[in-house]
Design a protein around this ligand. Structure first.
Ligand SMILES: Cc1cc2nc3c(=O)[nH]c(=O)nc-3n(C[C@H](O)[C@H](O)[C@H](O)COP(=O)(O)OP(=O)(O)OC[C@H]3O[C@@H](n4cnc5c(N)ncnc54)[C@H](O)[C@@H]3O)c2cc1C
Length: 316
């Protein structure tokens, strides 16, 4: 299936790792052709990246972006907890940040600086250990800081936009750019920073707190998630944004979609705004199930649901 998926990408773009290396001899990160992406996502579905690049650091990332022909599409992924990779894979270069973007530092003024490959939960823990309150909501989001910046991730009463002081990123032309909170133009689960920007670092503002109280708060978040979300399943979290004045899960439930199944994909019986891969789902099963839910909700309540989950790549 993987080989077939790659063939479907070839006509889209002729892109060879050897050519990229020759074009940018100073590049230090790993370039891998035809890298399966399913294993890098929570849903565990989808085809390969035509080329996967794991930069060593911000400078390496900037070099790749500056040297890559403008026509080559670039897609960044984090921990894949909000992603459906379509079965035909992703054309162009997919970028996944690793160790070089994994530092966390506690700074004066109850601030935490973190690389964007750092899992959100680690920032929550570092803040708790340093007696910094206000960041414990990050315990509830199973993504990376890069994903939190792009999605304006939020949970349990906190949202990225409430705590972000500044971010750094690299644009498609390879320029390193600083962003203030206002530059991010945040709204609910949306960031208005230019689409091509790959975030590399963030600084968060907390406030003085008691480590024991913060730890209890984080434990409560853990318990609540375990009780209400299928967090041990192959899922992408909330599938649709809550429309103004509504809860997406209630509209889905009212449309009779709880437990609905297409192929190996199912609307979670536990939390019906979550779709799950029962084991043998394809990305097409999951996306078709999502579109079926949208159509049924429109029919029963007249409300258009918007996808919160990002869908990338091409169908097989
Ligand atoms: C069980 C479960 C529970 C969840 N609960 C919540 C919740 O309570 N609240 C919530 O907000 N979300 C929740 N989510 C969704 C998801 O965890 C968040 O959206 C998270 O912020 C995504 O981060 P990620 O690293 O996994 O990003 P990915 O899923 O890999 O990517 C998501 C988007 O972010 C972009 N992106 C990733 N890294 C970068 C970067 N460095 N620079 C620029 N763009 C980048 C990608 O291009 C993509 O558009 C849940 C998901 C699961 C599976």
């Amino acid at each position: 299936m993987t080989a077939c998926a790659y063939r479907s990408l070839e006509p889209v773009l002729h892109l060879r790792v050897a050519d990229l290396r020759a074009r940018m001899p100073g590049l230090r990160g790993r370039l891998i052709a035809n890298q399966p992406l399913a294993e890098l996502t929570w849903f565990r579905v989808g085809g390969p990246a035509q080329v996967l690049f794991s930069p060593q650091d911000e400078e390496d990332l900037a070099m790749l972006l500056a040297g890559l022909p403008g026509a080559v599409p670039v897609t960044v992924i984090g921990l894949g907890s909000n992603l459906i990779v379509r079965d035909g894979g992703v054309a162009g270069v997919v970028i996944r940040l690793g160790r070089g973007f994994g530092d966390i530092a506690v700074e004066d003024g109850h601030r935490v600086r973190a690389g964007t490959a750092v899992p959100d939960v680690k920032v929550a823990r570092a803040a708790q250990e340093a007696a910094i309150a206000g960041l414990s909501f990050l315990r509830g989001i199973p993504g990376s800081i890069g994903g939190a910046l792009r999605m304006n991730g939020g949970a349990y009463g906190g949202e990225t936009k409430d705590v972000l002081v500044a971010a750094r990123g690299v644009d498609r032309a390879g320029r390193i750019i600083g962003f203030t909170n206002a530059d991010m133009h945040y709204t609910y689960r949306h960031c208005g920073a230019p689409d091509g920007v790959i975030f590399t670092e963030a600084v968060f503002q907390g406030r003085p707190g008691d480590p024991a109280v913060i730890a209890t708060e984080m434990d409560k978040i853990t318990e609540s998630r375990e009780a209400t979300q299928p967090i041990k399943s192959r899922t992408g979290g909330s599938t649709f944004k809550n429309p103004a004045g509504h809860k997406a899960w209630q509209l889905i439930d009212a449309a009779g979609c709880r437990g609905l199944q297409i192929g190996g994909a199912q609307v979670s019986p536990m939390h019906c705004n979550f779709l799950i891969n029962l084991g043998g789902a394809t990305a097409a099963d999951i996306e078709t199930l999502g579109e079926t839910v949208r159509a049924r909700v429109k029919e029963t309540s007249g409300v258009d649901l918007d996808w919160e989950i990002k869908r990338i790549g091409v169908a097989a």
